[in-house]
Design a protein around this ligand. Structure first.
Ligand code: FE2
Length: 216
């Protein structure tokens, strides 16, 4: 996939930097069946078509007439955290899923050298980074996310519960995997481990992650 076919600027994404009256559901950078066999069309129909759409619809409903109405998505997430649970959950889940969909590619992408070097410098080895990412994804009890984040001038791997996005802690996510059951149950049943291994090994668009590293 050509990099300019995908959302290259997470920060300036039109659904992040709000340009319309209402938020819309982002367009996927691939067709709904493009991630098969690793992520099925059924999962995308449910996860993107129903769950993500519902977050967008609820966000529009909950910000109407509030102080958040004219903020961009990132500011809504930061400002509503611990202040307005309904707005926060739906805004953060919209932001989380924008990163998640963009972080995947229909064809396997090799990790660019600059990203590999940075990960090795920060997290000892790619195997260790992969292991920590999968481990923290598995340890996230119930619903949540696992991320690679820019933090304190370096990189780290962290998990968050429910819809929490690391930007509320001053960390900038460059890769995120959804570990809510709706992300893997159709294809992997309760096997979150195989889902996370497949995500890292087959689905991640490392060019996009590298771009986030440069820009975040
Ligand atoms: Fe999700």
């Amino acid at each position: 996939m050509k990099i300019d076919n995908i959302t290259t600027l997470y920060e300036s994404h039109p659904f992040v930097r709000r340009q319309n009256q209402e938020f819309g559901l982002m367009e996927l950078p691939y067709t709904r069946q493009a991630l098969e066999p690793h992520m099925s069309r059924d999962t995308i129909d449910l996860h993107y078509g129903k769950h993500h759409q519902t977050y967008v619809d609820n966000l529009n409903k909950f910000v109407a007439g509030t102080e958040y109405e004219n903020m961009n998505l990132r500011d809504i997430v930061k400002n509503s955290h611990e202040n307005n649970r309904s707005v926060f959950n739906n805004a953060a889940q919209n932001l989380n899923h924008i990163l998640f969909w963009n972080c995947m590619s229909p064809s396997k992408v090799n990790m660019p050298e600059t990203l590999e070097e940075t990960l090795v410098n920060e997290l000892n080895s790619i195997d260790e980074a992969r292991g920590k990412f999968i481990d923290l994804g598995l340890k996230q009890f119930g619903s949540g996310w696992v991320w690679i984040v820019k933090k304190d001038g370096g990189l780290d791997i962290v998990n968050t519960p429910n819809g929490v996005n690391p930007i509320v802690f001053g960390q900038e996510p460059i890769l995120g995997a959804d570990v809510w059951e709706h992300s893997y149950y159709v294809d992997y049943k309760n096997d979150r481990k195989t889902y996370l291994e497949t995500f890292w090994d087959e689905l991640v668009n490392w060019d996009y992650v590298n771009l986030q590293l440069q820009q975040a």
